[in-house]
Design a protein around this ligand. Structure first.
Ligand SMILES: Cc1cc2nc3c(=O)[nH]c(=O)nc-3n(C[C@H](O)[C@H](O)[C@H](O)COP(=O)(O)O)c2cc1C
Length: 295
């Protein structure tokens, strides 16, 4: 492992090491307004949800690395402590990048980036019509993290209401369908990623009855040279070690036992390889049955 001390790094290296490592980061497209009513729109990937009761989001317009100046977004929020957080998705990624340009203070980036305005219902800054999720927020607090270039200025905002495009809801209309909102997130440098059906997967939550843990797995499984940490964790998620299921019928298992019963080491290897294949398809019950057959 390479160990990198942060303090001696140049500003750009600090930024890159941290931003390449802490990724992907969701992108807030923040709409704000100054006291004269001039609107600003800028993307921020130092952004996340920190509490849902109260509903608190935080994003951070940093001081400029060149001249330590504050971002216009922050100046607007100091004058009008309100912000619409529009969630960035794939359909708008090039427009949000365009909106991030360093336009003069009175420039309306809605116009520059080709977004349409929708009036908000509770606050002054407008929403981005094209965004599929728009959150009207009041700013509770601004927390400065320093005076140097690159110092974050945390905007701690409370979500008062959110507007969600009906087209991204599930068939019952009761929740956002994760497959329909193609979030875009920022990584290091110019890298972005998009969430879609090809890269979405589910991980079962530890249920109320917590798993036995990897330390409680039989030694032959725990010390497997084939099963990975992920595979062991899938197996260890059961509330007790399963029993052999007499009704479990599997051709491949039968073949392994038939061909390799004279060579126990080779049989264990083949069983672990097959169990791994099943676990990689999330077939935990079947995988346990394969492993128990060799025990
Ligand atoms: C995807 C993306 C994410 C960004 N995230 C941040 C961020 O979290 N903090 C920040 O200070 N600047 C960030 N920027 C740069 C700002 O958007 C940019 O400095 C913008 O011009 C600020 O505008 P303003 O001065 O009008 O507020 C990001 C740019 C892009 C394209």
């Amino acid at each position: 492992m390479r160990t990198i001390e942060i303090a001696p790094l140049s500003l750009i290296d600090k930024m890159n090491w941290l931003q390449y490592a802490i990724a992907p980061r969701p992108i807030a497209l923040a709409s704000t307004i100054d006291k004269e009513g001039n609107v600003n729109l800028s993307p921020f990937s130092f952004f996340n949800l920190f509490s849902y009761n109260p509903a608190i989001v935080v994003f951070s317009p940093s001081r400029s690395g060149r001249d330590k100046a504050h971002k216009h977004t922050l100046e607007n929020i100091q004058e009008t402590p309100e912000v619409v957080i529009n969630i960035c998705d794939y359909d708008m990624v090039h427009q949000i990048s365009l909106a991030s340009g360093e336009y003069p203070k009175d420039t309306d980036e809605f116009v520059k980036a080709g977004f349409n305005k929708l009036p908000s219902t509770l606050i002054q800054p407008p929403r981005v019509k094209e965004a599929k999720v728009q959150m009207e927020c009041k700013v509770n607090e601004i927390k400065s993290l320093g005076e140097h270039g690159g110092a974050g200025q945390l905007v701690i905002a409370e979500v008062l209401c959110m507007h969600v495009d009906e087209n991204i809801l599930n068939s019952e209309g009761s929740m956002i369908d994760q497959k329909k909102l193609h979030h875009v997130a920022r990584l290091g440098g110019n890298w972005y990623c998009v969430v879609d059906e090809t890269n979405l997967f589910e991980v079962t939550k530890p249920n109320r009855e917590i798993g036995i843990g990897i330390d409680a797995l039989p030694q032959s499984i725990r010390n497997s040279k084939i099963l990975t940490g992920n595979n062991l964790a899938q197996l260890a998620h059961v509330k007790e070690i399963p029993f052999v299921d007499a009704s479990f019928e599997d051709e491949q298992l039968k073949n392994i036992i038939q061909y390799y019963s004279i060579n126990p080491d080779e049989m264990e290897k083949k069983l672990h390889l097959y169990a791994k294949q099943l676990l990689d398809q999330n077939k935990v019950h079947e995988s346990w049955q394969v492993l128990l057959a060799g025990a």
